[in-house]
Design a protein around this ligand. Structure first.
Ligand code: CTP
Length: 411
């Protein structure tokens, strides 16, 4: 594939050298077009050496070959990283004041942009409007990652990791790579992941064995399918992925608030988190001490809200057509098998799809492999999926995409 790699003038430009490496090692022919500002961060020699192609940023270099026309037409994919606030504004405004913006206007293939800037700049109404304009035109603009920024500040605005940009680029190139063909392009997907922790006192909590691996795999699969992803992360043993918006929570009550807020404008909500059904009725401000002079403490528990059920209840008023997906961890017992319990749960909770795990000793929690059955409220045949948690995530996201396009077709 022929890739044009546009590099914006931000400090994250140095990370793009690794992205270029990933592309060339995968056999792609990459032409780098830095902006003038990018040249202040990384030298042209770096791009030429790593790409094996000449590098220019002016339409006035090599005029007879009309570079911007050739590069724009020939590119199977254009990737812009870091997409700075200025570069997003120039692209959204249709400017043509350097080789990169000229090439973007000539592009006939898909365009992927990976933003990086300070949080305030990213959240500024001007930048958000530019991102929306670009997305409406079919450009895939990744969400920036959250974390430490150039100064002492931190928050959303970090360049997604090179591997994440590479994965998103690969996903775009599949099937001819037109962004509108990405199954979840233009959709917003909220995914909860990990296990809640319900505090007993400042040092103790009631928790569960969820590692967050399956939820994170779902977030990555949804992101690679072109969705704008919000990950509501309870306690997880895996890092949050790049290119998704992350809200950290601890308790079920916090997860409920974050989920209801995020769901208000989401096309899909996936409740993959292991939410505690109960929380301690009293949380001690100080550490609970063992004493010889009193009876052993008894912990009384309060019922937590059922978030999945509540999401289903508020959907009709807020966002009819929203697809809601639950997860169920079942062991089966003397009164019923895993599927019987899961079918009853699907009816009780009222969600559209229920992804059922068979749990037990050494099964599912913390493991890299998973085996699930996807049940549907519409009554279609149960669908089995197994393999790595990434394979299962891909199957669930595929199923979500096809349900969405059936129930809620793109206008
Ligand atoms: N869930 C939720 N709020 C809760 C508990 C669970 O939203 N308070 C969600 C989970 O994220 C999952 C689904 O409900 O998507 C199923 O959770 P599970 O714990 O398996 O079901 P329960 O309703 O707790 O049923 P039971 O304990 O009887 O198995």
């Amino acid at each position: 594939m022929r890739i044009v790699l546009g590099v914006g003038g931000g400090i994250a430009a140095y990370k793009v050298a690794s992205l270029l490496r990933l592309f060339t090692e995968a056999g792609h022919n990459v032409t780098v077009i830095p902006t003038e500002a990018a040249n202040r961060f990384v030298g042209v020699a770096t791009w030429e050496a790593l790409s094996g192609n000449p590098v220019s940023n002016s339409v006035f270099d090599d005029v007879p070959s009309v570079n911007h026309v050739r590069l724009g037409h020939e590119a199977d994919l254009i990737v812009v990283a870091p997409a700075t606030a200025d570069l997003l504004a120039r692209a959204a405004g249709g400017h043509a004041d350097d080789l990169l913006t000229n090439t973007l206007l000539m592009a006939s293939g898909p365009v992927l942009m990976a933003p990086a800037m300070h949080t305030e700049m990213w959240l500024h109404a001007a930048t958000q409007a530019n991102v929306e304009t670009l997305r409406n035109r079919g450009v895939t603009v990744l969400e920036p990652a959250s974390g430490r920024l150039t100064g002492s500040d931190s928050g959303p605005g970090r360049l997604p990791e090179p591997e994440a940009i590479f994965d998103a680029a690969l996903a775009l190139m599949q099937d001819g790579g037109v962004p509108a063909q990405l199954p979840l392009a233009g959709r917003t997907v909220t995914i909860s992941a990990g296990g809640t922790r319900e505090p007993l006192d400042p040092v103790r909590f009631l928790g569960n064995r969820s590692s967050g691996k399956q939820g994170v795999a779902l977030a990555v699969a949804a992101r690679n399918a072109g969705a704008s992803v919000r990950l509501i992360a309870a306690h997880m043993e895996v890092p949050v992925p790049a290119g998704v918006e992350v809200v950290q929570v601890e308790t079920a009550v916090q997860l409920r608030e974050a989920a209801l807020r995020a769901a208000a404008d989401s096309d899909v909500v996936v409740m993959a988190a292991a939410v505690a059904d109960f929380r301690p009725a009293e949380v001690s401000d100080t550490k609970i001490k063992k004493r010889d002079d009193t009876a052993d403490p008894v912990i009384s528990l309060l019922r937590n809200p059922d978030i999945l059920q509540e999401l289903v209840e508020v959907r009709a008023a807020n966002r009819p057509g929203q697809l809601i997906v639950g997860f169920a961890a079942e062991t089966g017992d003397a009164h019923g098998d895993v599927l019987a319990y899961a079918e009853a749960k699907l009816r009780r909770k009222g969600c559209d799809l229920l992804v059922v795990n068979h749990v037990g000793e050494g099964l599912v929690f913390g493991q890299d492999h998973n085996s699930v059955v996807i049940l549907s409220r519409s009554g279609s045949e149960p669908q089995a999926a197994s393999g790595s948690k990434d394979d299962v995530a891909a199957a669930v996201i595929d199923r979500i995409s096809s349900e969405l396009s059936r129930v809620f077709p793109r206008s």
